[in-house]
Design a protein. Sequence first.
Length: 460
Amino acid sequence: MADLEKNSGTVLEQAAGFVSQVSYDDLPQSVVEISKRALIDYVGVTLAGADMPVSTQVQAFSELQSTAGDIAVFGTDKVYNASHAALCNGTASHALDFDDVSWTTIGHPTVSVAPVSFACAQQKGLTGKDVILSYAAGVEVMHKIAGLVMPQTSDKGWHTTPVFGCIGAAAASAWLYKMPEEETRNALGLAVTMASGVRANFGTRTKAFHAGWSAYNGIQAAMFAQAGINSHPNAIEGQDGFAQTFAGMELRVGDVGYGKDWDLDTAGLVFKQYPCCSGSHPAINAFDDLLKEKPFSLEDVDSIHVGVSLLGPRELVSNHPINAVQAKFSMQYALASRLIYGQVSLTEFTDEKVMADDVQNLIPRITMEVDEDLAKLGFIGTAPAKIRVRLKSGEELYTSCDLAKGNPEKPLTDEELSAKFMACAAPVIGENKAMALLEKLFILEQIDSLDEVLEVMVPN
């Protein structure tokens, strides 16, 4: 096992020291297990998202731009070079907004890092253990850096998934390419320059593209560093560096803390129940419970009001959606779907269901605003919600939820995670292949050749 506690140097120097030294034996078993769950979830949502419009558009782009390669694009028979395969898989994995969440970044770590872990490991002929370690190391780097500049970065309007994800993707690439420490540090500095993505693009296909682009840029940063391009070791905390420009912070950094704990272990990940923005999930949970406890119908409802925390209006930007992409960022549609269709699942996010008369007539009667008490909690990602339903009879019903199921405190069981995976994967590759794939992913650390996993991802 390596001595990972390098506690001197700049932020990027400490990160590079960690990435260049870490080995599989350094991973706590708890980190291995959560990494496997994240990778299972990632593969499932990527397969399900592979034929979404933004995914096929990015695939068409890569068809024209990619140099020769043999790296798999999940859920298709296409193969590209590693960078473009990661671009396509990263985009597909975020296309349904069904992928995991981190409160450390208030973003989606796996969709930036896992595409790199699979693509570069396949490129280099590596193993399941290498996928797991590169993923865990990439997420650890992006989360340690995020921990220095959050929530300020999100508060300034940045989409934190590509902003931090590009750096995590570069770290994973550097480990898989076995880059020496100085090259790794240069790759991370290049990724800092490539990091971008604004929340103004929520509700459009660009949001899903952000994930793929961050994975693509992470690999490119590593390749540029291998070609000899250098970067400044002080690019995070230096004058006009990442902390100042993305977070408006003056950063003085000592020991960042590599090797002392793993963010995947201490903070964990949120695995989604619903294929839409996590900002609506506590409200959906609360509304679902209310409907089960005291059933009422669409005809009974006069109005619904939702109180949210500060981030709510910043990410749930579509107050009256008119298509499936906008609906993923709409509190109004989430609750309308549960009331009218009885669930909030993949099948509800179609343009036809969003534009149904009952839905469009109900949406103006669902309001959302920042709740005074919830605002006092600060700029948090967990999205606590309070709901008031006013019935036409004059009766008012109240409910609330502080934390959605799927959080580490309310985890999905292995059975629930498996059911989600099968719902995503089986329609694409068939029931038998999906079950075989799931079984292999649960023992990914025992897989010596990724071909065992990748060969069953091609649709029937």
